[in-house]
Design a protein around this ligand. Sequence first.
Ligand SMILES: Nc1ncnc2c1ncn2[C@@H]1O[C@H](COP(=O)(O)OP(=O)(O)O)[C@@H](O)[C@H]1O
Ligand SMILES: [Mg+2]
Length: 387
Amino acid sequence: MQDGQLVSFYIGLMSGTSLDAVDSVLVDFAGKHPRLLASHSHPFPEALQKTLLSIQHPHEATLQLVAELDRQMGLLLAEAALALIAKSGANIIDIRAIGSHGQTLCHHPDGPSPFTLQIGDPNLIAEKTAITTVADLRRRDMAAGGQGAPLVPLFHHAVFRSASTNRCILNLGGIANITVLPANEADPIRGFDTGPGNGLLDTWIKHSLGEALDKNGAWGASGIVDQRLLQQFERDPYFSQPPPKSTGREYFSTNWLGQHIQRFGETLPAENVQRTLAELTTRTIAQAISDHAQSTSELYVCGGGSHNNLLMDGLAANMPDCKITTTADLGIPADWVEAVAFAWLARRTLHGQAGNAPAVTGASQEVILGGIYPGAIDREHRNSKEN
Ligand SMILES: Nc1ncnc2c1ncn2[C@@H]1O[C@H](COP(=O)(O)OP(=O)(O)O)[C@@H](O)[C@H]1O
Ligand SMILES: [Mg+2]
């Protein structure tokens, strides 16, 4: 970096409800469109992943365990950032900040005492990398009366909106969320969690075959949809609840699935349950778009579920009039959109700009998100001219 040159590189760290890996990206925001410079998928140590997956409800974890996990996750996030930096060959002085989502341990946005908790101590990330870290991005929106989720729609709006077509962005992570991007800029951005994405598919194949995921949806595709089970799933009140709404792994959980299977009473071939769960994911997404974004003509998918052919085919079958593709067609590969969004949100925070969309989260106002944990580089190298 030359003296006085603008620093426009940011790191985004994302670990979603699937607990598959920590996604880390290095992004350059100097141009009009974010430029993905490097990406890295950092594996979870098996024991940590297992412990995190075993916590389905807050009452299942002791305070001691939460505090220890916060530290372990912080170290893992720091490692993910350092591995990315090594892979990219970037100089840390050129990196302005890290935006870290953290690992959601619980998300209860409704009720008299709403709360959301993302762990992964940002002090450790800032200390180990020497880079200023912006984290805890959801709770400020919740403090302003919002759901604290989804936070990616403002980024989708800034980067993926078209002035000529009505688009939707669909993130198929453990939970599925959509962002509605009307061509008319005067129309508000909307977005919400539609319900399960891949989470229950992962749960069911793990339970039935001991595998972490249904590669390309092949196992589910060997089964058939059980319409009665599908109808029973679809009666869950979450699907008809109007937005703003958000949900998590502690709602669409192993218990949720187990209770439905038990209530159904009959034993079904396991692949039929998988197929029916995939149909639930795609039908509830199609229904949400038909109810809340009827004029959508293009749907861009991101997240790991974009690799599941059963889900992609199911979306096409349920939305025959919509062009369906992935965000790679808009310049950001499907696997990295969420991590890029958190790098972007960190930049908004450092620039004193709001990161939430009140029309999406239900917050009473726009707010600057997150806490800033200064890194040693800021003390040693920065001056006031920086970007
Ligand atoms: N090749 C694939 N075939 C089927 N499913 C896949 C494939 N690759 C990823 N996935 C699904 O995507 C999930 C990870 O997606 P991701 O967007 O990282 O979700 P999250 O944000 O919840 O971590 C995996 O758990 C798996 O269900
Ligand atoms: Mg993931």
